[in-house]
Design a protein around this ligand. Structure first.
Ligand code: CA
Length: 679
């Protein structure tokens, strides 16, 4: 191997294809292949994005490709021929390749942690292939040995025993051992990439660094890491953009806070980048507003660094997917290749036309498909050997609470732009069609589920029509036939929920029916934000960096919203919400509420929780029902309190009190029901 490398190097030198880097070392030059970008399609609709600049970044994170290929996965072009997947991406309009880099994703015996085993060597191979086909590289340093995201920012093993950054005073922060190591590591890694002739367009310092990074949880330390990373980029790649990357744009006050702190600490960066997963991250208008606010106020470029959308609910690698058949009934688009197109296209349109200084959108892991085994066992062997699943069992030593428990395959294979056999989906052509658009006849792409709520004492029937969703995301009602369902029996059962299957336009559709007894509480399901509920937070339990308790669309049980609490992974949470009921008649009542929750990783310790729903009569808690949560995977649990006696004229207040003393506790409250008790 060594000999071949040397001869190749000599050959390149003889051909004269070398250049000088700023530090005088010879950089290789990668011979580029001519790429024609001109996809056409007669089966997908791509609405033209007006005003899209020629240099708008249409990125693809393709970090897992090498480990998949090592395990035997092959990729094909639209003619069915095996072809370098990077060439196929380029031919269809992708112009940036994003790659994550982990410092040392291996255990002491050299076993990879998985998730592509993305070290610098993988980045070099991916970068060379990207450059060969004319795409720039977006280097994504996690500054961790494995996944970094809002919940996890673990320090690399090699940096774990440095003297704490807290023991350095603010003025010399940049010389703390961790800051210096990060600077040297960034410089060294970028030099390695440059030396291979790789064209680096952008470098991000950290991944989804929501007030946490590289094991640090306070801003004084984090800003030092940001600044030292940026300094390295400026020195090695003066033409590259420096990006900082955050998640959860729906929490707008957090974004404002990050941007303000970056300014306060004078952190040098060009791009304020955000993840945007439509399932969790609020509306596109909200995204455009918060990014524009920051762009204008601080004179920064903005972009969407990650997004994805399911083209199917099917799993192809025997490892369950994040987005599947359960939940997410209120999705923005059908889970089809047209839905996948419309999600990305509308984000691009938002960033181009509604967002100040928007420069690009990058899709996350659109090449991460099944490892190709015929059974779970076959795939497991491949995941363990090549790291092509999200985590291997070897990741246990580094990440015992998450990877150590749940290691396995790919959870996003149904969001890729290639099918399980490596053939491109028609939706991949979208990248190349965005600028000019693709005109075809409207076709029905899916049918929208019906969500209805009725009271037990009202007469009702199931909806006669549901909406067909067309390829341009317009909607039109059509007749629906539901499976047999006994409405009277359901009404007798009292408060309850049903999922009824139906057929419309030849497609399967569901009616999500909620049956309720008359509820004396207003805004019981938080559909109207906090309205009608008084929120009390208690001193000391939520510091300035913590998430607030607030209504969000993250995990609704019914409707689109729930009352969410998350104290970040470094804090606890303590609050109550209350509502007074007026003009209630004397009688016997019952109270119910639903709770979902967990901790940032693993299972919550129920003994650390004091949670209850209560009835205050004349300002004293007279009735209460205790509740606990353990883990997100348990779903919502209902808690019911009966035989509440009330006398007309007394003051009555219904509330929920939450005290979760384990750091990283989070959860949702939904559907607080106060009904007359008939029986
Ligand atoms: Ca899967």
């Amino acid at each position: 191997m060594k000999k071949i490398t040397r001869i190749l190097g000599l050959g390149l030198a003889l051909l004269g294809v070398v250049s000088l880097s700023s530090c005088g070392e010879k950089n290789a030059i990668i011979e580029k292949e001519d790429i024609t970008v001109n996809p056409t399609s007669n089966s997908i609709y791509v609405k033209k994005v007006e005003n899209m600049p020629d240099d708008f970044i249409l990125g693809m994170d393709a970090s897992s490709v090498i480990s998949l290929e090592e395990g035997g996965v092959k990729y094909y072009n639209f003619d069915g021929e095996e072809q370098d997947v990077f060439k196929t991406l380029a031919e269809n309009g992708v112009n940036y390749i994003r790659v994550r880099i982990w410092n040392d994703p291996y255990d002491s015996l050299g076993h990879g942690y998985g998730g592509g085993n993305n070290d610098i060597n993988k980045a070099i191979e991916i970068g060379k292939r990207a450059t060969k086909y004319g795409m720039k590289l977006l280097v994504n340093f996690h500054y961790s040995d494995f996944w970094a995201d809002p919940a996890k920012q673990m320090v690399p093993k090699a940096w774990a025993n440095f003297e704490s950054m807290n023991s350095y005073d603010i003025t010399s922060k940049d010389s703390s051992p961790k800051s210096v190591a990060l600077y040297e590591y960034t410089k060294d890694s970028l030099n390695k990439l440059k030396k291979e002739g790789i064209e680096i367009g952008m470098v991000q310092i950290g991944n989804e660094t929501n007030a946490k990074m590289c094991g640090e949880t306070n801003w004084i330390n984090i800003q030092s890491l940001f600044r030292m990373g940026a300094k390295a980029v400026r020195e090695v790649c003066p033409d590259a953009l420096v990006a900082l990357h955050f998640a959860n744009p729906e929490k707008t006050s957090n974004y404002e806070d990050y941007a303000k702190k970056l300014k306060y600490y004078d952190v040098d960066y060009d791009v304020f980048a955000s993840s945007y997963y439509p399932y969790w991250h609020g509306t596109l208008d909200n995204l455009a507003n918060i990014l524009s606010t920051i762009a204008t106020k601080y004179n920064k470029k903005t972009m969407v660094m990650e997004t994805s959308y399911a083209y199917t609910t099917e799993d192809t690698d025997f490892f369950g997917n994040t987005i599947g058949t359960s939940g997410y009934d209120n999705k923005d688009y059908p889970f089809t290749i047209q839905g996948q197109i419309n999600n990305f296209r509308n984000i691009v349109d938002t960033i181009v036309n509604k967002t100040t200084n928007g420069i690009g959108v990058c899709y996350w892991e659109g090449t991460w498909i099944s490892s190709g085994g015929a059974t779970y066992e076959d795939n497991k062997e491949l995941w363990e050997k090549y790291g092509s699943g999200w985590a291997t069992s070897y990741a246990k030593e580094y990440d015992p609470n998450d990877a150590g428990l749940w290691y396995g395959g790919c959870a996003v294979d149904n969001q890729a732009f290639f099918d399980q056999t490596g053939h491109p989906l028609e939706s991949l052509k979208m990248f190349g069609l965005l600028k000019k658009g693709n005109v075809i006849d409207l076709f029905a792409d899916g049918v929208e589920d019906a969500n209805v709520i009725h009271y037990t004492d009202e007469d009702f029937t199931l909806p006669e029509t549901v909406n067909v969703i067309f390829c341009d995301n317009s909607k039109s009602p059509v007749q629906v036939t539901w499976e047999d369902f006994d409405i009277e029996a359901a009404k007798k059962a009292g408060n309850s929920k049903y999922k009824i299957k139906g057929l419309a336009s030849g497609k399967e559709v569901y009616c999500n029916l909620t049956i309720m007894e008359y509820n004396y509480l207003q805004n019981y399901s938080f559909e109207d934000n906090n309205k009608s509920w008084e929120v009390n937070t208690y001193d000391g339990a939520l510091d300035a960096n913590s998430y607030k308790v607030q209504v969000t669309s993250e995990n609704p049980q019914t409707g689109n919203n729930a009352f969410h609490f998350w104290a970040s992974t470094a804090d606890t949470v303590k609050f109550s919400i209350e509502q007074e009921i007026t003009n209630l008649k004397t009688g016997t009542y019952k109270l119910q509420f639903s709770l979902l929750g967990g901790v940032a990783s693993g299972t919550a310790d129920a003994s650390q929780q004091n949670i209850y729903c209560y009835v205050k009569i004349n300002d004293n808690i007279v009735y209460k029902i205790d509740a606990k949560f353990t883990s997100y995977s348990d779903g919502y649990k209902d808690f019911l309190l009966r035989n509440i006696e009330y006398t007309q004229g007394d003051k009555i207040v219904i509330g929920v009190y939450v005290e979760a003393n384990e750091v990283g506790s989070w959860g949702d409250i939904d559907d607080i029901l106060f009904n007359y008790q008939n029986e």
